[in-house]
Write a protein that binds this ligand. Structure first.
Ligand SMILES: *[C@@H]1O[C@H](CO)[C@@H](O)[C@H](O)[C@H]1NC(C)=O
Length: 369
């Protein structure tokens, strides 16, 4: 077959069309990645040995690009993984160094996951808040220090903010309440101090908020009860004081509430124990006082109800024996008195659930009434 001018023109057009689809990594994205890599050291797995060649979108471990324009979309580097590179070497990840601000040049990033490397130190680059497409920021399990960027609220699309298990300090930035897409907030196990923003309740998409194991002070904001998707709230092991806002007991999908190991005072709101959706409640190691509200019903279902180490007084309400299920009950180390109710949810409980009270009696304790 003889090539005509038309054939050549068609071939050129096809070549032009396909070349716009198979462009490789833009040199500026590649340079930003190499600069990001240059401040990190990963000695055992060799993941950065795959970061060679001009096309950062192909075979660079942990890097993925938008197929339409080859801009870098995701950096997903997890130090705990089932990937071949981990199973072959039979060890989990370890990485030292710091997070270079050069990653902020990757302005199309949607996921930045640099998690569980145990040794990465330094701060969270302040410029991270200028990544307009960022949806997932997951830096759990490193040695990061410094503060959360004060303008973190600029990340309008952020759905996951996970910086747990680091050494971050400073306060929770006031702007955090502007993260209107945020669903999962995990700041646990850091050294974050100061109060919980009073208007945290503005985070209306949030379903998990884990602020435990920090140095937070002040009271629990009542506005939290406005977050109607919130299923899991953990404020344990802080220095939180004040009382438990009554409204928290009316939250529709709250199923786990950990307020243990704080300085919370006042009485346990009846609404909290009446909330039949709440399955795990730990209020242990606080300064709670007054009587246990007599509000249990056949709808009551707790896998964990730990009220130990407080200053609760009076009798254990009889209605507690009406509960449908109570897996783990701990009322020890309070000032309770009187007869322990009999009935199904108490049958399997041990004496330790009731020990160190003022004058409880009846099984499973040895004291007869
Ligand atoms: C409740 O919290 C206390 C104090 O933080 C902890 O020791 C205890 O194990 C927790 N209870 C349960 C059942 O997890």
């Amino acid at each position: 077959m003889k090539f005509t001018g038309v054939h050549v023109a068609v071939a050129v057009l096809i070549a032009a069309a396909t070349s716009t689809v198979v462009t490789s990594c833009p040199p500026s994205d590649r340079a930003a990645l190499l600069s990001f890599k240059s401040t990190l050291t990963e000695p055992y797995l060799g993941i950065f040995n795959t970061w060679t060649g001009s096309d950062c979108c192909t075979n660079w471990y942990g890097v993925s690009c938008d197929p339409t324009d080859s801009r870098v979309n995701d950096i997903i580097l997890r130090g705990e993984s089932e990937d071949k590179i981990f199973t072959q070497t039979g060890r989990s990840g370890y990485m030292t160094g710091s997070l270079s601000p050069s990653l902020c040049q990757l302005d199309r990033l949607t996921s930045l996951i640099v998690a569980d490397w145990k040794g990465i130190s330094g701060g969270i680059p302040a410029c991270t808040t200028a990544l307009p497409h960022l949806r997932i920021l997951d830096l759990i399990g490193n040695q990061l220090t410094g503060k959360l960027p004060s303008d973190i609220g600029k990340l309008e699309k952020l759905t996951v903010l996970n910086v747990a298990d680091n050494k971050l300090s400073g306060e929770i930035p006031a702007s955090i309440v502007n993260l209107k897409s945020l669903m999962h907030l995990d700041l646990s196990n850091n050294k974050i101090s100061g109060g919980i923003p009073a208007d945290l309740g503005k985070l209306s998409m949030m379903s998990r908020a884990l602020l435990n194991r920090n140095q937070l002070t002040g009271a629990i904001p009542a506005s939290i009860s406005e977050i109607y998707r919130l299923a899991d709230l953990d404020l344990s092991t802080n220095m939180i004081s004040g009382t438990i806002p009554e409204q928290i007991g009316s939250m529709p999908v709250l199923s786990t509430l950990n307020l243990d190991s704080n300085r919370i005072s006042g009485e346990i709101p009846a609404s909290l124990l009446r909330n039949s959706g709440l399955n795990l409640l730990n209020l242990s190691r606080n300064l709670l006082e007054g009587h246990l509200p007599d509000v249990f019903t056949p709808m009551t279902y707790f896998s964990v109800l730990d009220l130990s180490n407080n200053r609760l007084k009076g009798a254990i309400p009889k209605s507690l024996s009406a509960a449908k299920y109570i897996g783990h009950l701990d009322l020890s180390n309070n000032r309770l008195c009187g007869k322990i109710p009999v009935g199904f949810p108490f049958d399997h409980l041990e004496a330790s659930s009731f020990s160190n009270n003022d004058c409880l009696c009846g099984l499973p304790l040895m004291q007869v009434c």
